[in-house]
Design a protein around this ligand. Structure first.
Ligand code: URA
Length: 248
């Protein structure tokens, strides 16, 4: 495999960043500095070091994308640009988005090829916490906000699980707030706000399962997750236990 391709699969950086690291002499293969990104290496036999530290081949890849508005959360689409089109540098790893954000929603989207972790994070039983920055207009009252925190009827069989609301601000008939939910129903935030008399005008996910959107990522930009961030996502059992009592 090409050296730059292998290293970018090891969560060190994007393919173009990795090419730069190789060209500036930060990478050695079996003790020799290699400055050609296209150099062929064997992940199992060659000792590859970046900045003096040996790299271990990682089976799965994990990225955070700051999803922009106007892009659909899908791997392929015949009409619209997809989140995977934004990540063409990471192509060839069978990546897919974990869950979905609406076309007009921005913010944190996890992208991986780890089906087991994705399944776990999306399981309704896990109650993974997702926090959204919401802007809305309409007649939102303190009673409405109280209802969001209790659970609201959004037309499904069951009312929503209690949400948590913070940082509520009002300016000229528009409101903003942080809303944390532990379910992932279709258009859930928009429907919850609608149920209490509001209309969402802007929605951005800022955290997912304890992972926070990197504020240095511009709209449409992405980066590999750090090891501690992967561990944070993998360690969801605590959330599950904390929320179990609320459901019982
Ligand atoms: N809730 C919504 O209504 N839309 C999203 O994209 C995510 C959560």
């Amino acid at each position: 495999m090409r050296l730059d391709k292998l290293i970018s699969q090891m969560q060190i950086g994007t393919r173009s960043q990795v090419k730069e690291y190789i060209r500036n002499g930060s990478v050695t293969v079996n003790g020799q500095v290699v400055k050609k990104p296209e150099c062929k290496v064997n992940a199992l036999e060659d000792k590859i070091c970046y900045m003096g530290r040996e790299l271990c081949f990682q089976k799965f890849a994990y990225y955070m994308l700051n999803k922009p508005s106007g892009v659909v959360t899908a791997t392929k689409d015949s009409h619209d640009q997809t989140v995977m089109d934004l990540m063409h540098d990471a192509a060839g790893k069978d990546l897919f988005p974990v869950g979905r954000l609406d076309k007009d929603t921005e913010g944190l989207l996890l992208v991986t090829n780890d089906g087991t972790l994705s399944h776990k994070l999306l399981s309704p039983k896990m109650h993974v916490v997702k926090t959204y920055y919401v802007e809305c207009e309409g007649a939102l009252t303190s009673e409405g906000i109280f209802m969001l925190e209790q659970g609201v009827d959004i037309g499904d069989e069951k009312i929503t699980l209690p949400a948590s609301v913070s940082n509520v601000k009002q300016l000229d008939g528009t409101y903003s707030m942080l809303l944390s939910i532990t379910e992932g129903r279709f258009h859930q935030v928009k429907r919850m706000i609608h149920a209490v008399g509001g209309n969402v005008t802007y929605l951005k996910r800022i955290s997912f399962g304890g992972l926070f959107l990197d504020k240095t990522l511009a709209n449409g930009a992405w980066r590999p997750l750090r090891q501690e961030e992967i561990m944070q996502l993998a360690n969801q059992n605590q959330n599950k236990n904390q929320n179990k009592n609320k459901e019982d």
